[in-house]
Design a protein around this ligand. Structure first.
Ligand code: SAH
Length: 257
């Protein structure tokens, strides 16, 4: 990659991070769904530990903390998200149990079997579903859990427009039964798989972005990268409304054997 490209790429990432730091969640989800997934996990107590990978600014992490007595480590690649994460934890007086750390999900600073649960909402795609489930297994105690949400196909066939879009954006996208099989092959008993309701996209993900997009376009008026990025976001949203019967987010919960 040339130097020029590197700096453009860096600028893109900075812009994308800034945009997403305006909103509470960086991926589809909701407090109700986090609590529902938590309902499948047994035996958590004050000594238990959860790692939340790709935690972003901590939308779901704070829900986990408010509904369990456990200690939580949030890991995200972007320092700006981790700063906001730790600020959110302080504002909710959770800083003694909830800590955000900058790090990468493909190079975790954890000890073997350190965690009772590995949680990851809308983020495992960064390493890949199968690879993430396999690599993270060693950090989970025997009898502990993995709980991840991942974009998935609802049907074995779908219209070309949406198939092409996802094959380009994330070719690893798969159907629910295939993902459940990958969960099992990665060393977990499949405990649950449930589809996130449409409001996780509409009310909790896209609606808050309307204001964020306005503010962002105002701030970066005339900046082509910023304008292209927002156009892309809007295109993705339109595709969701058009094809939401064919794909969506699914929560997968597995128990380590
Ligand atoms: N869990 C949050 C954020 C999901 S968006 C939510 O549901 O709101 C995906 C997140 O993964 C972003 O915060 C992004 O910064 C983070 N991320 C991307 N690559 C990563 C990596 N290699 N390691 C850790 N986090 C990563």
């Amino acid at each position: 990659m040339s130097k020029e490209n590197t700096s453009i790429h860096d600028f893109d990432i900075q812009l994308i991070c800034e945009y997403y730091s305006y909103v509470e969640r960086q991926g589809p989800g909701s407090p109700e769904v986090t609590k529902r997934a938590l309902g499948f996990i047994e035996n958590l107590n004050g000594q238990s530990r959860i790692a939340d990978l790709g935690c972003g600014t901590g939308g779901q992490t704070m829900v986990l903390a408010q509904n369990t007595p456990v200690k939580i480590t949030g890991i995200d690649l972007f320092p700006r998200f981790i700063d906001l994460f730790n600020e959110n934890a302080r504002n909710l007086n959770l800083q003694h149990r909830v800590k955000g750390v900058v790090g990468s999900m493909d190079d975790l600073p954890f000890k073997p079997e350190e965690y009772d649960v590995i949680w990851s909402e809308g983020a495992i795609y960064n390493i890949g579903f199968e690879r993430g489930l396999k690599e993270w297994n060693k950090y989970i105690k025997k009898g502990g859990y993995v709980a991840v949400s991942e974009v998935s196909w609802f049907t074995s066939e779908r219209p070309k427009e949406i198939d092409d879009f996802w094959m380009d954006a994330y070719p690893e996208i798969d159907t629910i039964p295939n993902n459940v099989l990958q969960l099992q092959n990665a060393g977990y008993i499949p405990v649950a798989a449930f589809i996130l309701p449409v409001n996780c996209w509409t009310d909790h993900f896209y609606a808050p972005q309307v204001e964020a997009q306005k503010a962002f376009l105002e701030k970066y008026k005339g900046n082509k990268t910023a304008e292209d990025f927002i156009a892309n976001q809007r295109h993705e949203e339109q595709l969701y409304y058009k094809y939401k019967d064919f794909y969506g987010y699914v929560f997968y919960i597995g128990k380590k054997m």
